[in-house]
Design a protein around this ligand. Structure first.
Ligand code: SF4
Ligand code: SF4
Length: 447
């Protein structure tokens, strides 16, 4: 067993030693209820979790619970002993897979999931970003020299206007920073989830070490999954020489400096935040940031914000529940007289970007769109929103043609088919897929 694997074992063992078996974590778990595991059997499930941690074969109901977990962290919030139960469950899930499945099966699953994600990210980024910016993001972390690293992760490059917004905001703060991301700096989530630990150590664990090699004193994360994984599977395992936190928390800590730079002539907006709990203080931070934007009014709406820490990912297993969340949010926003939904993360943005096709009075923007605009910057086109709305594609196609040529990437009809499925099979609100499929197939045919 590697040093890293031993440290993970030790973390889980410490949680099991401290656990009193009160069961509050299991009682609070939304996905356990979603799959029909009874809250009054908490004692039995926790007993099984402790037994697995101490080397016993995982019991069937425990495996169901672990498989259902979507990382909401409601368990951690409920634990009176301050145990990071989400972290414990994540490690236990990996151990259960190791105990019940050949590593090769998990390795093949992880490789397939990574390949699919990498291809979609590469195409979508190449369709929406100039090559100079893309090269800057993809350059190796260990060669960077700035004191602050803005780490994008992989998947936000499907909606790259968000990355450009954050860069604008950090520029406005006159910060010395480098931006780093893409699949060569993956957090290794698929490998960990599939219990392919040797590959995880070469990917996620290695990416984290590369941040340290850059000499940066601060790493600002964007992706909630990367933030959670690096916090619970790296920083907790071995403290880093750098400080790490979500970019929204960093911006909230610099709110006075931002407020001083906000321009007063902002559009009047009535805003509902699409909320998620579970990743540090991101929700409170985004709320504080938006509250400081001139002429922006936050509208409170009761939401199912504790079901998952972000849309998609592990929560995508619960398609019906996710769909209900998105529908209720958009309908609730309209009923409350809001004109704007603000998303916290990129996966939520992708899920809701097409809401305007269903509710024409609503605009969906990311919180970074609002902040960058308030600073007199931003304005980067959100092509993904155009794809999802399903209306005229002329602007999106013209941009894609230009950027693909700049990036030296060709797109064929098979890739368009795969992208169409990728974009429109996700849970969320959207217009029809035909406009995207037809316009981009025509583009692929003409080269
Ligand atoms: S992280 Fe959320 S889904 Fe996973 S076990 Fe904890 S409460 Fe349940
Ligand atoms: S809430 Fe904490 S102490 Fe109680 S069973 Fe869960 S992990 Fe153990």
């Amino acid at each position: 067993m590697s040093d890293y694997a031993q440290r993970l074992e030790a973390l889980a063992a410490a949680a099991a030693d401290r656990c009193t078996g009160c069961g509050h974590c299991f009682e609070a778990c939304p996905t356990a209820r979603e799959i029909g595991l009874a809250a009054d059997e908490a004692g039995a499930r926790i007993g099984e979790l402790v037994a697995l941690t101490r080397g016993e074969t995982p019991a069937a109901p425990l495996r169901q619970w672990l498989d259902a977990c979507d990382g909401s962290a409601r368990c951690t919030a409920a634990c009176p002993e301050d145990i990071n139960v989400r972290q414990w469950v994540t490690i236990a899930k990996m151990k259960a897979l190791e105990a019940t499945r050949a590593r090769e099966v998990g390795a093949a699953n992880a490789a397939g999931r990574f390949r699919h994600m990498a291809q979609a990210v590469r195409l979508l980024a190449s369709m929406q970003l100039p090559s100079e910016t893309l090269k800057k993001i993809l350059a190796p972390a260990e060669r960077r020299t700035a004191d602050v690293l803005f780490y994008t992760g992989c998947n936000v490059l499907r909606t790259p206007h968000i990355v450009l917004n954050v860069m604008d905001i950090l520029d406005a703060l006159e910060l010395d920073f480098d931006v780093v991301g893409g699949t060569a700096h993956c957090c290794g989530v698929y490998q960990f989830q599939e219990a392919d630990m040797p590959t995880y150590e070469r990917m996620g664990h290695r990416t984290f070490q590369r941040f340290g090699q850059s000499g940066a004193s601060k790493v600002l994360t964007w992706c909630p999954t990367c933030t959670k994984n690096f916090d619970e599977l790296e920083e907790s395992v071995e403290p880093a020489a750098f400080d790490m936190g979500h970019v929204s928390e960093f911006l909230a800590a610099n709110l006075d400096a931002l407020r001083a730079r906000f321009r007063p002539d902002q559009p009047r907006r009535r805003v509902v935040i699409h909320e998620h709990l579970g990743i540090g203080a991101t929700l409170e931070s985004i709320r504080a940031l938006l509250s400081a934007v001139p002429k922006l009014e936050l509208v409170e709406l009761a939401q199912d914000s504790g079901f998952s820490y972000a849309c998609g990912g592990q929560a995508a297993k619960f398609r019906g529940r996710e769909q209900a969340i998105h529908r209720a949010l958009a309908e609730g926003a309209v009923a409350a007289g809001a004109d704007t939904i603000v998303t916290m993360y990129h996966s939520c943005h992708r899920a809701l970007a097409g809401a305007e096709a269903v509710h024409p009075g609503l605009t969906v923007v990311n919180f970074t769109d609002v902040l960058a605009e308030a600073l007199g910057r931003g304005g980067h086109p959100d092509y993904y929103r155009l794809y999802k709305k399903g209306g005229a594609m002329d602007e999106a196609v013209a941009a894609a043609r230009r950027f693909l040529s700049d990036n030296g990437v060709r797109i064929d009809e098979t890739s368009v088919k795969s992208l169409t499925a990728d974009i429109f099979d996700e849970t969320g609100l959207a217009g029809g897929r035909e406009a995207f499929a037809q316009a981009f197939t025509a583009m692929a045919k003409t080269g």
